[in-house]
Design a protein. Structure first.
Length: 156
């Protein structure tokens, strides 16, 4: 593998979420033990050190995952439908890992953060409109008074 290809797949690896990086390390471990088994069969002077094997197995694991991610990026020598199907299934599993929970709305987070303040203001008799004006003036957050009212009804 060329030096530029190594750098390319390492940069791709660095951009992946932690769950996918862990999956790559699982593959790397399996590849390492396979490579070590083949190295033991070689003569003593041509064997690679464990550190070299670890690095090579790591690069190979990244390359295998990258290759399944970008099917059109490399020329596939094996045209069997079963192997192609397996690569697609593996890619789908990896993308399911990558799905993140949607972030909660900013204004809802602000209301939750100042929940105690809103309740105190309501106990003091302030209207929802006055509370919305207070947020606009002192917290620089525009929240419609009906949204505050709805929040208070949903969170008693």
């Amino acid at each position: 593998m060329s030096e530029t290809a190594k750098q390319k797949i390492i940069r791709w690896y660095a951009r992946q979420p932690e769950a996918i990086r862990i999956e790559i390390f699982k593959k790397q471990r399996d590849i390492f033990f396979e490579m070590r088994k083949f190295e033991k069969e070689k003569p003593e002077q041509s064997r690679k050190t464990p550190h070299e094997l670890t690095y090579e197995s790591f690069l190979q694991a990244i390359y295998l995952v990258w290759k399944t991610e970008f099917v059109g990026g490399t020329k596939e020598t094996n045209h069997k439908t079963e192997t192609i199907k397996q690569k697609i299934i593996e890619r789908i599993k990896r993308h399911k890992i990558n799905i993140k929970k949607p972030r909660r709305q900013k204004k809802l987070r602000d209301l939750e953060k100042f929940d105690r303040d809103i309740r105190v203001m309501r106990e003091e008799g302030l209207s929802y409109q006055k509370i919305a004006d207070y947020f606009a003036k002192y917290h620089k957050t525009k929240i419609h008074f009906t949204y505050i009212q709805k929040y208070m009804k949903e969170h008693p």
